[in-house]
Ligand binder design. Structure first.
Ligand SMILES: [Ca+2]
Ligand SMILES: [Ca+2]
Length: 241
């Protein structure tokens, strides 16, 4: 019985260990939460995040307080990341607080595979205002957002790179300091104040941390093999985990 238990534990460990999505015999195992990576995002003031063309996170607070959104992702590489970020701004004036202030933006993101925002990301502004910083006659210049801006195949080769900003320049609020953004840079376009709607894009060709990860992208087209006895199940008499 002890030998059997040891074998079950070993098989379960191998199953959970991510040796690959392919099982002996060509089947595919089911992914577990250990196969996911955590995506952590702080935006001044709001964002929506697409990964490989799929919407995976939306900032739940449009304006203030400034908050952090963290979600679990099942990564597939190459991984195309697309973020729509908005500084809070009246759509007709580009200003905020009853047209008394020109607010500033900022975005920072870190994934559990080591992916971080840097100046190598692509960035483009789609709404700017008040044009010229004119507070007396504030106007907004909008550029139509391409319908496929978030897709894998979208051509951003003509876009410029994001500009990195220091923590001091962005002045993030408390929730930022309660999460791990080590190694990530705050980014925006060249104009942190007047550029109010910005799209960022970046392709991660392989996991930056070098850790091999199974590709589960074909999961819906196969019948995955279940876990071996005892794997991922509640231990007898044990508490749910
Ligand atoms: Ca602004
Ligand atoms: Ca702002």
């Amino acid at each position: 019985m002890r030998v059997y238990a040891a074998m079950v534990a070993a098989v379960a460990a191998a199953w959970a260990g991510g040796a690959g999505a392919q099982q002996p015999g060509g089947g595919m195992r089911k992914p577990q939460i250990a196969d996911t990576i955590r995506a952590t995002v702080y935006a001044d003031n709001w964002f929506e995040l697409y990964v490989n063309g799929v919407l995976v996170a939306v900032d739940s607070i449009a304006f203030i307080p400034h908050n952090v959104i963290a979600v679990d992702l099942l990564p597939t590489y190459p991984m195309t990341i697309a973020v729509l970020a908005r500084d809070n701004a009246d759509p007709t004036t580009g200003m905020e607080y009853a047209n008394t202030n020109i607010g500033d933006g900022g975005l920072i993101l870190k994934f559990g595979d080591g992916t971080v925002t840097t100046g190598s990301w692509k960035a483009r502004c789609f709404s700017r205002g008040p044009v010229g910083g004119d507070r007396n006659n504030p106007r907004v210049k909008d550029t139509p957002l391409p319908a496929d801006w978030f897709t894998v195949g979208f051509d951003d080769s003509g876009w410029g790179n994001a500009r990195e900003y220091t923590e001091r320049e962005i002045d993030p609020k408390q929730p930022y300091y309660e999460h791990d953004f080590k190694g990530a840079r705050f980014i925006w376009t060249d104009d942190l104040e007047l550029d109010n709607t910005v799209v960022f894009r970046h392709v991660v060709t392989r996991p930056p941390d070098g850790k091999p990860r199974p590709d589960f992208s074909n999961l819906n087209n196969v019948v995955p093999q279940g876990p071996p006895p005892g794997a991922g199940r509640r231990p007898p008499g044990g508490r749910p985990r």
